[in-house]
Design a protein around this ligand. Structure first.
Ligand code: AR6
Length: 178
């Protein structure tokens, strides 16, 4: 795991497989069925084991921009917060707002469950086609807003996880600009 605490106040950037992180909650970039898929969703279900899918079946899906919480089962993380990012359609269908809403929905669940450490993948920036830099800026803005709006005072740690060096460097650059 590569990490660089360039932002020491509650926010860190790491390059890692999110399923291996020893945090209280990891976020899954799911689809609206919540029944699994590829990318980080496939990795989360693979590492958590079949009990996760069983619990997800009972939830009955999740609309874009919202989030649902389950247990982490075989993951090191106690909780998985599943959120459904928007599919990128050239940016003219409210994608930015929907992506921001994903982060807000995750933070709101994290608060409700008293979660003190939460790791996010780059929601929508894989199969859903959201441009990485734009996704990165929205992710980091929402993370900062949450921390500055009381999350930091409550001792919550937020981790932005990248899965490639390119993504990691994009987060680094974007964080310096914010
Ligand atoms: N750890 C951290 N980040 C990861 C991992 C991992 N193990 N695996 C992939 N990423 P994606 P989306 C990064 O496609 O764009 C699924 O099929 C990846 O490099 O997982 O929101 C769902 O079921 C990228 O930067 O999610 C949906 O149908 C980021 O995670 C759809 O894909 C998000 O990529 C959701 O698409």
């Amino acid at each position: 795991m590569q990490s660089n605490p360039i932002h020491p106040r509650g926010l860190s950037l790491v390059m890692a497989d999110i399923t291996r992180l020893d945090v209280e909650a990891i976020v899954n970039a799911a689809n609206s069925s919540l029944l699994g898929g590829g990318g980080v969703d496939g990795a989360v279900h693979g590492a958590a084991g079949p009990e996760l899918l069983k619990e997800c079946r009972h939830i009955g899906g999740c609309p874009t921009g919202e989030a649902r919480i389950t247990k982490g089962y075989l993951l090191p993380a106690k909780w998985v917060i599943h959120t459904v990012g928007p599919v990128w359609h050239a940016g003219s269908f409210g994608e930015d707002e929907l992506l921001a809403r994903c982060y807000k929905s995750c933070f709101s669940l994290a608060d409700r469950y008293g979660i003190k450490s939460i790791a996010f993948p780059a929601i929508s920036a894989g199969a859903y086609g959201f441009p990485m830099q734009r996704a990165c800026r929205i992710a980091l803005s929402e993370m900062k807003a949450f921390l500055e709006g009381g999350g930091r005072q409550r001792g919550v740690e937020v981790i932005a996880v990248s899965y490639s060096l390119d993504a990691y460097q994009c987060y680094q650059r974007t964080l310096l600009e914010l």
